[in-house]
Design a protein around this ligand. Structure first.
Ligand code: HEM
Length: 606
């Protein structure tokens, strides 16, 4: 009987929490299901962006969607996004923390996962270095053109070797090309000859690092979950994979240390970093923000963020050209007319190639690389579109919705480079094209990526026609979304096994959803179980009744210190939907709190 009452109470509390309490301060949104939130609707949609747009019609431009048990506030309208992420940028520039990040990266270091002062200083420093190395200027242009020529030559060589065949797999060559550009920037060398093997190994590690298994681990990893059978071996493999990438970075940094000369101008990011340390030391300033660990993580971020994004966009561009031979034809005509057949396309040609540029814009809009953005968090309480949103809320500028917004992009599902052209054929600037996001966290590699996309795409098209292999169907344009859902599942598990528990007293490991209910149900008497836990974890411990963490105080002295000596701090009550509805709010004595309770209790006692 007692167990039944406990279970019924827990169920009620759980439902109130899911359906009312946790949602009361957030913008409206679809009703989440316990545990899985709004995942079913997202999974059922062919493309998550379709579902985001539907919700926008229903709830307005700002709404809350539960990805598993996590409330995410989504901002889907350009103007609201701009007002928040650009005009009040600092308040929206936080990032979530994570156990795997802490363990593998040694804390919230680097660029993507850091925030606060470290992030601010390092972002400023990295942008400064990128500018010094000519990102947006000719030094970088020369590097990219070198890789572009190597790519074109590589494809020709393969075509030549394959004799009659006109089929070449472009991705491996394109991958080396973009890998070499980023590596030349970070460590000063490209991947050729004997270095090629190093790159193949590194790319394999990077691919493994983003495999669904490791994405999963990245989120569920916690001090306890990583010791569980199955997860432990996967976690060890994950660490060894990440370790392999850090080894590559450490090896290169060590080589730079031996050749570093403070009197010479830095020629790559690693030298610039060492130079900065040297300057700070000379000025007697702290080098805390320029530790080895910080360098390895910054290098990791530049590498990781710089390779996959640009590569994937270029692969989409080839795919769209296969699907739209009429666009390909117009690009060829423009390139032949403006460039001729005797030279490469260079950055100075950009203003004279509006159709090619419009096509790149349309590829970025349609490819919509980030259906979800990298989540931000609020660094303070904010007011957004009339909602008060608490500090530390996960919030995402959904740039993918802007790219599909009919007010800015009529017939958004069509691939139409012309939408980026004025009636006189010149390139039209459309402010709402934001593939690099916006605000303080806007992509740091945007200038580099824009140069790469233009030079590599234009020169590729200047040399080749692309089409699907004869007799084979056109490759699909549908996005792959399984990875996203695997990630969300992982996020849920991390939350249960680590995040929600990290600040609470110790206690038995809870299972998802049912928490620690099994030992209760199995025990003949729940008090016997409480006493057992007291022996194991001490007088104060955390037990999960279903999905709710309850801190239990089991010792008289501790109880007295808390509930008597600091009584006010322990006098609150949980709110409950049934109480609100039936009693018209937190009235009465048992369910009220704050001033009302204080006064009414005093009056009743009197
Ligand atoms: C087509 C290519 C690229 C696209 C579409 C792209 C897009 C993005 C997006 C959407 C974000 C998240 C912004 C946010 O949190 O709101 C981001 C962040 C970032 N990107 Fe890129 N990116 C590209 C290329 C690059 C390149 C080449 C680099 C490196 C050189 C790079 C480095 C970064 C870094 C370091 C961040 C984190 C910035 C921060 O948190 O402060 N990206 N990128």
């Amino acid at each position: 009987m007692l167990v039944a009452i406990i279970l019924a109470t827990i169920l009620v509390v759980y439902l109130v929490d899911s359906f009312y309490w946790r949602r009361r301060k957030l913008p409206p949104g679809p009703m989440p299901l316990p545990l899985i939130g709004n995942m079913v609707s997202l999974m059922a949609a062919a493309d998550p962006v379709d579902q985001f747009l539907k919700w926008r019609k229903q709830y307005g431009p700002v709404y809350t969607v539960w990805l598993g048990p996590f409330a995410n506030v989504f901002v889907t309208d350009y103007d609201v996004m701009h007002d928040a992420f650009v005009k009040q940028g600092d308040a929206y520039a936080g990032r979530m923390r994570n156990y795997a990040v802490d363990q593998v990266r040694g804390g919230n270091k680097g660029l993507i996962f850091s925030d606060g002062n470290l992030w601010l200083e390092q972002r400023r420093f990295a942008l400064h270095v990128l500018r010094d190395f000519g990102v947006g200027r000719s030094i970088m242009e020369d590097n990219i053109l070198t890789e572009s020529r190597a790519l074109v030559d590589g494809i020709r060589e393969k075509l030549h070797k394959s004799g009659e065949s006109t089929e070449v797999e472009v991705t491996p060559l394109l991958t080396v090309c973009i890998g070499s550009i980023i590596n030349a920037l970070v460590f000063g060398y490209r991947f050729e000859n004997d270095k090629l093997e190093e790159f193949v190994h590194l790319k394999k590690l990077l691919d493994q690092g983003v495999s669904p298994e490791f994405q999963f681990l990245f989120f569920i990893a916690g001090p306890i979950s990583t010791k569980l059978p199955f997860i432990r071996s996967s976690w060890n493999r994950f660490k060894s994979c990440m370790g392999g990438i850090y080894d590559f970075i450490d090896k290169n940094l060590a080589a730079h240390r031996t050749t570093f000369d403070p009197n010479e101008e830095p020629t790559d990011f690693a030298y610039a970093f060492l130079n900065k340390i040297h300057q700070l030391k000379q000025q007697g300033k702290s080098i805390e923000n320029y530790s080895n660990r910080q360098f390895t993580n910054v290098a990791f971020d530049l590498w990781g963020a710089g390779l996959e994004t640009t590569l994937t966009t270029l692969r989409w561009s080839i795919l769209y050209m296969i699907h739209h031979p009429e666009v390909q034809e117009k690009i060829h005509q423009e390139l032949d007319r403006v460039i001729g057949r005797d030279r490469d396309v260079i950055m100075a040609d950009k203003p004279t190639l509006p159709y090619t540029m419009a096509t790149i814009n349309e590829v970025q809009r349609r490819a919509n690389l980030f259906p979800f953005n990298v989540p931000h968090t609020t660094t303070q309480e904010v007011t957004l579109a009339g909602f008060q949103i608490p500090k530390d809320t996960i919030i995402q500028p959904l740039i993918s919705c802007v790219h599909r917004d009919e007010q800015y992009f009529p017939s958004p599902d069509l691939f139409q480079p012309e939408r980026f052209l004025n009636s006189d054929g010149s390139l039209k600037k459309v402010e709402q094209l934001v593939p690099f996001s916006l605000g303080k966290r806007q992509c740091m590699g945007e200038s580099l990526a824009r140069m790469e996309l233009f030079l590599l795409f234009a020169n590729f098209m200047h040399n080749f026609n692309v089409s699907a292999p004869t007799g084979k169907p056109l490759p699909t344009l549908k996005p792959k979304i399984e990875v996203i859902f695997a990630t969300l599942l992982v996020v849920y598990l991390v939350d249960t096994f680590y995040w929600k528990r990290r600040k609470l007293p110790p206690g038995p490991t809870p299972l998802p959803l049912i928490g620690n209910m099994i030992p209760f149900i199995a025990a003949a008497d729940p008090i016997g179980q409480f006493l057992k836990w007291k022996k194991q974890y001490g007088p104060v411990y955390t037990v999960w009744l279903g999905p709710y963490a309850n801190v239990f105080v089991t010792d008289y002295d501790v109880m007295h210190d808390a509930l008597v000596k600091q009584g006010d701090a322990y006098a609150g009550r949980m709110r409950n939907y049934a109480v609100d509805q039936v009693r018209g709010g937190n009235r009465g004595i048992i369910f009220s709190e704050g001033n009302l309770w204080l006064e009414q209790r005093r009056f009743a006692l009197h």
